[in-house]
Design a protein around this ligand. Structure first.
Ligand SMILES: C[S@@+](CC[C@H](N)C(=O)[O-])C[C@H]1O[C@@H](n2cnc3c(N)ncnc32)[C@H](O)[C@@H]1O
Length: 399
């Protein structure tokens, strides 16, 4: 993985000029592809950190698993934070294609050693390697109002018990789960109460919070999700806090592509006549709701959903210089905070929309992840507003 000079400076806790000096001394050589800015190979940075060469940063590797992996994000967030994904579970074949396309080269073992499992209900928990952090954005349909709020009677709701089965067997130091906001309040909090109780019975101290992506992840999307973090260690639990809200700097237009294929436009389609009267603002996303156009808050994309694209009408609409169009799949991934380097496979757009709608907002996850590592005594100070206590107790991790 390549890391830019600013991130390298934060990671190593040295100035940019020190990095440039190290480059000319040959101590840490940068890589420049076709006159691009300096980039560093993460392996070289790890080497410097491990050997404690002129930096005050401690580094400890950790292992995690990615349940209900979708297309990428838990994997990416924790790999960025020096974690190693030792197993993943995802049964949707299109998600698996996207996941493999983006991860095979970085983590061949996961795929070659058959540690990327399909249906969680059929996974033998004993086959999952030991790990420090269990991550899972478990399926939300069973919890959302749109899916009639059938909880324990709905098979998909019961997938929580597969997570529990793996926890019982593997006993990870940390669990990190994500779900729709409704999970918390569903059935007068009874559903959530059952989940928390069962996690507590496994020995976890739990914190949870509903975070909106535009307030906590600097992405222009209105997306409320509940995040649940559980620690086996009381001290780590006490040290953990959810990230603070941050200013939204990205506007809706920042995530739009310049040259979009005409097939995304409604200009000659029957719906155009209805849309054109309602869609007046350049900085607003709209949604076609069977009989009317819904206008969303300025500069915010409405919550992207998994069923976007399957009926065609739920993909948010915008106005640009060429007319009225729906967001492209790439724009939907950008609204979730995915970087441009994220590769989209050549599969049906409806599948890509579904994957983007199902995903977790990247920066929110990463910020929570950083705080988890801090709580564990693994150092990651980027974006933090307070100094790390240098003697922070380290929680024993897997060898
Ligand atoms: C809410 S999405 C999570 C998305 C993911 N966290 C991401 O960032 O892309 C839930 C995922 O669970 C998968 N899933 C549902 N039931 C499953 C099962 N029985 N076994 C494995 N995966 C399953 C779905 O295909 C979907 O991709």
């Amino acid at each position: 993985m390549l890391i830019n000079i600013n991130d390298a400076s934060v990671l190593l806790k040295v100035s940019l000029s020190t990095l440039r000096r190290w480059d000319s001394d040959g101590k840490l050589k940068s890589i420049r592809v076709q006159n691009s800015h300096r980039k560093y190979d993460s392996k070289d940075i790890v080497y410097i950190l491990k050997n404690n060469m002129d930096t005050q940063v401690k580094l400890k590797k950790f292992k995690f698993i990615d349940l209900f992996a979708g297309v990428w994000w838990f994997h990416h967030a924790f790999s960025n934070l020096w974690g190693e994904c030792v197993s993943a579970v995802e049964f949707d074949k299109n998600c698996r294609i996207t996941y493999e396309l983006n991860y095979y080269n970085n983590n061949k073992e996961l795929f070659d050693k058959w540690l990327f499992f399909e249906d969680i209900r059929e996974v033998d928990e004993k086959r999952i390697p030991n790990h420090d952090i269990l991550c899972g954005g478990f399926p939300c349909q069973a919890f959302s109002i749109a899916w009639y709020q059938k909880w324990f009677s709905d098979e998909r709701g019961n997938l929580f018990f597969d997570i529990e089965r793996i926890i019982k067997e593997k006993n990870p130091s940390v669990i990190f789960l994500e779900n729709v906001k409704n999970l918390a309040s569903h059935d007068g909090w009874r559903t959530f109460g059952v989940i928390l109780q069962r996690l507590k019975e496994q020995g976890y101290f739990i914190r949870y919070k509903v975070l909106n992506s535009y307030e906590y992840g600097d992405v222009p999307q209105n997306r409320e999700r509940v995040y649940i973090v559980g620690f086996k260690d009381w001290k780590a639990y006490e040290r953990f806090e959810f990230p603070k809200p941050q200013k939204l700097t990205k506007k809706m237009r920042d995530i739009l592509e310049d040259d979009v294929d005409l097939s995304f436009y409604y200009n000659d389609k029957p719906l155009f006549g209805k849309l054109v009267w309602e869609m007046k603002n350049w900085d607003t996303a709209y949604q076609w709701r069977r009989q009317y156009v819904r206008e969303n808050k300025k500069n915010l994309i409405p919550t992207l959903t998994a069923n976007m694209g399957t009926g065609g009408h739920n993909v948010p609409l915008i106005l640009d210089t060429k007319g009225i169009r729906k967001l492209t799949p790439r724009e939907c991934f950008s609204a979730q905070g995915y970087p441009e380097s994220f590769k989209l496979p050549k599969i049906a757009n409806s599948q890509l929309y579904k994957q983007a709608g199902n995903s977790v907002s990247v920066p929110v996850l990463q910020r929570i992840g950083e705080n988890i590592l801090f709580a564990l005594g693994l150092v990651w100070e980027k974006h933090r507003h307070f100094e790390l206590v240098s003697d922070a107790t380290e929680i024993p991790l897997m060898a």
